[in-house]
Design a protein around this ligand. Sequence first.
Ligand code: SR1
Ligand code: MG
Length: 406
Amino acid sequence: MSTYHPLTLDEAIQIAKEIPDLFDNQSNLQVREIGDGNLNLVFHITDSNSSKSIILKQALPYAKVVGESWPLSLDRARIESEALRLQYQLCPSLVPAVYRYDPELAMTIMEDLSDHTIMRKGLIQGNRYPLFAEHITDFLARTLFFTSDLGQNQQAKKEAVKQFVNPDLCKITEDLIFADPYGNAETNNFNEAIRDTVEALWADQPLHLEVALLRTKFLTSAQALLHGDLHTGSIFVTEQSTKVIDPEFAYYGPMGFDIGAVLANLALNYIGQEHWSASEEARASYREYLTETLCDIWATFDSKFRALWNEHAVDPLANVAGYQDLFMHQLLQDSIGFAGCKIIRRTIGLAHVADIDTIPDERVRERAERLALAVGRTLILQHRQVTSFESFIDTLEQAIKGAHVL
Ligand code: SR1
Ligand code: MG
């Protein structure tokens, strides 16, 4: 079974049975293909006798969301399994354990997290995750710091940059986030009702300039090993636990891209509350929970990253007076700019988010989409002037207040 081909359900069971020391002879394995993402097959395999279970993830040689006309390298399965292992070393409680990686089949077998919920779904249901900010900032601070030139030997880092060269998946991001939404690209996918605003974005030269600067950072700034696709569909949660999955877009890029992804996806849920909250009171309360979480994320990330820097920096110039403050200031601005790009791509680009797309009432959905574009545009246009995280929250709150005129 070693030559690459997409696995059948029976083959997935056969592979699971052959994993040493996992399922025993008495096992009664069941399998379901549960992949609901854009790119891969995901098999959930459980033993009804022992209640043990695993996830088997296999990369397809094309983007599932589009079809075989969009070929993709299977090397992303190696990148994903190596990134998972590295992130697990740095944050063992926040990443699923990898049991096995098979390069021939482009397949990774890992810990099953079905006792967790996909965070996007949990937020849409109105659940609260009181430890999320603490957990995600551990993940962000530790993975970004220890893979950067601040936190690891600079020659070792160059080897790591080579290890994680990921051209196909970076091209998806370069196109879908930093190019296609700003012109009449075939991949774009938007509600005809907002065409007027979309066409205004296509003509918005000051906006395009800021996007070009952010795109250049994505293309050229090898600051740290990124997760690369850190939206709330890549995060499993319970009230007590957070697990970050799916780092197949991992590569060495600008740190703010990962932070911005988390901020953007919480902001998209905040905007989607136009529909998801049952009453005005519930809406205000849930939005307050989200803004508190957003503020906690930046403040806690900032303090954890600085603490790692003060204790573990290996760069000989790390302690130059003023360097850390300037670095964090730049990182805040980058994170806000990238968050804006992500909000716009999820509204008019190829791949959307359920927080907004599944709003059943067309008029409410249209209002949410217009809000998202307004928020994303403001964040991008203002990101180089931002001096504190407050401006992210202000942008969200002002957009909501002005919603009746949009
Ligand atoms: C063709 S892949 C579309 C999107 O799905 C992934 O989750 C990434 O966000 C990518 O941009
Ligand atoms: Mg994914």
